[in-house]
Design a protein around this ligand. Structure first.
Ligand code: IVH
Length: 681
């Protein structure tokens, strides 16, 4: 083992520590340190790497989100098609599967087949390619034959290592599932619901939607997870080839890849069926969604003999858990006022056990939906967990509807806001009713909770009951009022001791420095999610720049569409919002952009320079190299001319290298190029 100088040693130690904590958090769901401590480690590493740019490695945890959003995704072919799975819905179908397998293998009598049972992760499949231990590419399943190259987003998933723990030589491909943990899904949908935006039906759709975004920084913030379950067969691997699937999974773990640890080797189909029974309930306690169990023949030689149909392997079967439904009494229909004033009905239920939790409320979407399904207070209703998370009312059980005098009456949507009695108005999206009153206490409360939320100004301790008190006592009517609070005023509130008051004041004070993207997101401008707020803050640098920007200027940003641009302009043109922004500025809230999660605000060292990239780079894709140049203000063009400032040369360069040499254009090999894009002036 060569001895390392102290800096290299420190870098290696920090990187290993960060990787360890990424695994604890994102793979094992068992964090050993707080988020703040993790961020500190990451900041320490970023600072040390900034002092020694030549020591930055492509698999360093600082290299997850690099550059700006991508333009789009390239379509690429899968070398081995990505198959889907046949489904079984009950135990008899599993037994029939086992019989087919034993027949296919021509096994005698009751000779059993060994299986591996794994949880079926509710996400979207992904193929990861590593070369010499470094993550090279991530491709979605697509139609199974061709998928999209989503490498930039895959790199932003902290559960996926950028480099393997063991420097596995050559090319390997591993497949698995990308998913959104329940907690992230709940948070995401809650804020969408409040913003009057459509919610995602289940974590799978939410994960797929996230992977389609062009902004890796957003992917990182959504905290996706990944579990791998398939090592694609390699011809002549330099390591000893596993004989069974269980062994292959152990190999993946040894390489540092994320594997869901709940798999089990089963001696026969009976044990696999037991596994399905056990997990049908136990799964509800997991931090991520599973919609079934996948049962796979363990021995790889047996798999080979069984082969596949056009769509499915004959050696695997997905057992689907039954949908979780229950019937209960719908006691009342109430309405909720969201941050944007959207008034939506929800059902208050007689408590019922559903998918492992007690359910007392279910969404009813909107008034039209209630009328269409004819759901009434007093009905028995069928409730279901959509994607196993948010319960919804499926339908009334009409056969059990009381008759005569007790017959429930149809729901009538209130015409006035339940919180402030202002007549409701229909929004542009006809199905949503809104309270138009900007002083509506329900809207103010929701707005403040959003402003103080973790992903906005992150004011810890400012929860629902405190916000209610602050609004009800008239102490706070908007976000700027929060900054006028004092310890004395706070200690006068119910259940607020001196220590909590001081802590809250410290939190409020430190929130001033979060940066403009967080302010913009926190103010809850319609249609402006975290991603758009980040892009706008990054592009215009802060409030003054944004105020001067036209709708066209905003739309020129990739990832900002006309709806967002117009909404932002409308918000800024409203004098009341301008006053609020002025007051926030006066109390010292930072109105300039910071980029805590991305390395986008780089010095524009390549401003005005044009580059050409030729050949294959070992540590990054061409697209990544292009984005790195653009992040520095440079431009990438297709052909070399006398005006080209530099040519980046990878392996097997084309005629462009010869042309560059002939014209005397400087060339950069990969190491020199890395220095170029890392170095500040
Ligand atoms: S094995 C050829 N294992 O379920 C083997 N799939 O409904 C292919 N899935 O397309 C897949 N968890 O996206 C396998 N432990 C697991 C899985 C799993 C989730 C997904 C996968 C597949 C789909 C089929």
């Amino acid at each position: 083992m060569p001895t390392l100088d102290p800096t290299r040693r420190e870098l290696a130690t920090l990187r290993a520590a960060i990787r360890h904590h990424e695994e604890q958090y994102y793979v094992l769901h068992d964090p050993e340190i707080s988020d703040t401590e993790f961020d500190q480690l990451l900041r320490q590493l970023t600072a040390l790497e900034a002092e020694h740019p030549e020591l930055v490695t492509p698999d360093s945890p600082t290299q997850r989100v690099a550059g700006r959003p991508v333009d789009g995704f390239e379509t690429v072919d899968h070398q081995v098609p990505m198959l889907s799975l046949d489904n079984a819905y009950d135990e008899a179908e599993l037994t029939a599967f086992d019989e087919r397998v034993r027949k296919g293998l021509a096994l005698a009598g009751d000779e059993p087949v060994a299986y591996v049972a794994e949880l079926k992760i509710d996400g979207l499949s992904i193929a990861l390619h590593y070369r010499d231990g470094l993550l090279r590419r991530g491709v979605t399943r697509g139609d199974g034959v061709r998928g999209e190259d989503v490498t930039s987003n895959v790199r932003a998933i902290r559960g996926i290592p950028l480099g393997l723990r063991v420097a596995v030589p050559g090319d390997i491909e591993v497949r698995g599932e990308i998913f959104l943990p329940r907690s992230s899904f709940d948070k995401m949908n809650a804020s969408r619901l409040e913003a009057g935006e459509p919610t995602f039906a289940n974590p799978r759709n939410a994960a797929a939607g996230t992977m389609r975004t062009l902004d890796p920084a957003l992917v990182e913030r959504r905290q996706l997870g990944a579990y791998l379950y398939h090592l694609v067969e390699q011809t002549d691997p330099p390591w000893s080839r596993p004989q069974g699937h269980a062994e292959a999974l152990d190999l993946l773990v040894a390489w540092g890849l994320p594997v869901d640890r709940h798999w089990q080797r089963c001696r026969d189909i009976g044990e696999a069926i037991e596994y399905c029974r056990a997990w049908a309930d136990a799964r509800h306690a997991l931090p991520y969604g599973t919609d079934g169990v996948v049962i796979k023949v363990d021995r790889l030689s047996e798999r080979e003999r069984l082969g596949q149909t056009a769509k499915f392997p004959r050696w695997a079967m997905a057992f689907k858990f039954p949908a979780e439904q229950a019937t209960t009494r719908l006691l009342r229909i109430e309405v909720n006022v969201g941050r944007t004033g959207a008034v939506t009905p929800y059902a208050v239920l007689e408590p019922v056990q559903l998918a492992g939790t007690t359910v007392q409320m279910a969404t009813l979407h909107n008034a039209e939906d209630v009328a269409r399904k004819d759901v009434r207070a007093g009905d028995y209703v069928l409730v279901e967990k959509g994607g196993d998370i948010i319960p919804k009312v499926v339908k009334p059980i009409l056969g059990r509807r009381p008759t005569g005098d007790d017959e429930p009456r149809p729901f009538v949507m209130p015409t006035a806001c339940p919180a402030c009695e202002t007549p409701l108005e229909r929004g542009e999206e006809a199905v949503v009713w809104r309270c138009p009153n900007n002083q509506c206490p329900a809207k103010i409360r929701r707005g403040l909770l959003h402003f103080a939320g973790r992903r906005a100004m992150n004011i810890e301790g400012l929860g629902e009951s405190l916000v209610n008190q602050l609004v009800d006592t008239g102490l706070v009517t908007d976000a700027a009022d929060l900054y006028g609070l004092t310890t004395e005023v706070l200690t006068g509130l119910e259940r607020m001791g001196a220590k909590s008051a001081t802590n809250l004041m410290t939190e409020i004070e430190s929130s001033k420095d979060r940066g403009f993207a967080q302010v913009l997101f926190g103010l809850g401008v319609r249609h402006v999610g975290e991603g758009a707020a980040d892009l706008l803050a990054g592009r215009f640098g802060g409030l003054p720049g944004l105020l001067a920007a036209s709708v066209d200027d905003m739309e020129a940003i990739d990832g900002v569409g006309p709806v967002v641009a117009q909404s932002v302009r409308g918000f800024l043109d409203d004098p009341r919002n301008r006053r609020l922004l002025d007051r926030l500025t006066e109390v010292g809230v930072r109105m300039t952009a910071t980029r805590p999660h991305t390395v986008d605000a780089r010095e524009q060292t390549l401003s005005g320079q044009t580059f050409v990239i030729t050949g294959t780079l070992a540590t990054m894709s061409r697209e990544e190299a292009k984005r790195a140049i653009e992040a520095r203000g440079g431009k990438v063009v297709g052909s070399v001319s006398g005006k080209t400032h530099g040519v980046v040369v990878g392996a097997d360069p084309g005629s462009k290298l010869a042309k560059a040499e002939a014209l005397g254009v400087p060339t950069f090999d990969e190491a020199a190029f890395r220095q170029l894009i890392m170095a500040d002036r």
